[in-house]
Design a protein around this ligand. Structure first.
Ligand SMILES: C[S@@+](CC[C@H](N)C(=O)[O-])C[C@H]1O[C@@H](n2cnc3c(N)ncnc32)[C@H](O)[C@@H]1O
Length: 299
């Protein structure tokens, strides 16, 4: 939290975007730092999160706008609200603790609920569809790429066999199938990886981030900041490469005779290496353990 405020805030009267409003914790801390001319737009795909956050942030009425949308549409969200540029954009990726703990959302293997995992309840594809309709190779690829799951082939094969007998409808059925396939040792870690992989696919999380990064940079005023917190190595890599590309001063020619092509950088990286949570924060909030924060400033 302290690091987010440190990197994000440059003007107390600024306009800020929290692209992943969630429970509104970061948004509240940002708003507390702003003066009476400061404003925040909070975006989330999840209508329930928006409702809860708008209640929590009720005391900032007049300085807040809540929008149910995908952060990849940041440019249209801003233009619909007559905002051209902003001082800061925060993306705190992934799912919220509320979404994991809420039994109707179907994210958790700790409960037995409908295998759903959609952040946006209006999108047609849910986890049941993926598990019951994707072909075997697609399932292997998802488990491997998004979960780094070494049993991806075995698990995909088991899914294919089971769903011929009976569709996999609940988190409990899915977790039991994984347990029968890979056994009890390190089961919770396997379940966490598999559920994470399916969730990333359901919500198209990598593609959303890839599409959003350029536009998030574009909407910043010079001196404005983009702060991204990721919880997955692939996400962190996307952020690292986007920041690197936007802050590059030249494209290397690859040989000594032809000179490098100079570029005009649009971004200055503020974090060479990702910032991680302090021991103290990890103790208080175990989810922060895997968080990696990167920040950059528009030139
Ligand atoms: C880790 S939580 C954010 C928690 C928030 N920073 C807080 O302080 O409470 C991530 C939130 O981002 C939302 N989200 C994930 N991907 C999104 C996207 N592409 N567009 C909009 N919201 C998204 C999720 O629904 C979830 O509520």
């Amino acid at each position: 939290m302290q690091e987010v405020l440190f990197y994000l805030l440059t003007a107390r009267n600024g306009f800020y975007v929290d692209g992943t409003l969630g429970g509104g914790g970061h948004a509240e801390a940002i708003l507390e730092q702003l003066n009476l001319s400061g404003n925040l737009i909070g975006i989330d795909l999840d209508g329930d999160a928006l409702e809860a956050a708008s209640k929590r942030l009720g005391r900032f009425r007049g300085h807040t706008i809540f929008v149910k949308d995908n952060f990849k549409n940041i440019k249209s969200v801003l233009s619909q609200n007559d905002v051209e540029s902003v001082q800061g954009v925060l993306l705190d990726l992934g799912v919220s603790s509320y979404q994991i703990d809420e039994p109707t959302k179907g994210f958790s293997f700790q409960m037995d609920e409908v295998l759903d995992m959609r952040m946006n309840r209006h999108q047609p594809v849910d986890a049941r569809h993926i598990v019951n309709h994707y072909d075997e190779q697609a399932l292997v690829d998802i488990l491997w790429a998004y979960g780094e799951e070494k049993h991806s082939r075995r698990i995909a094969k088991a899914i294919m066999q089971r769903r011929v007998e009976q569709p996999i409808e609940t988190t409990g059925q899915f977790a039991a199938l994984i347990e029968q396939t890979v056994g009890g040792r390190f089961l919770n870690k396997t379940l966490a990886r598999v559920f994470q992989a399916i969730r990333i696919e359901v919500n198209n999380e990598m593609e959303n981030l890839r599409q959003a990064l350029c536009d998030c940079i574009e909407v910043l005023y010079p001196g404005g900041r983009l702060v991204v917190i990721s919880y997955h190595s692939l996400e962190d890599r996307l952020v690292k490469y986007a920041f690197r590309a936007a802050s590059a001063q030249s494209i290397p020619s690859g040989n000594k005779i032809i000179p490098d092509t100079p570029l005009t950088p649009v971004l200055k990286m503020l974090t060479r290496k990702p910032v991680t949570a302090s021991e103290e924060e990890m103790e208080m909030n175990p989810r922060s353990r895997s968080a990696k924060l990167r920040a950059a400033e528009k030139l």
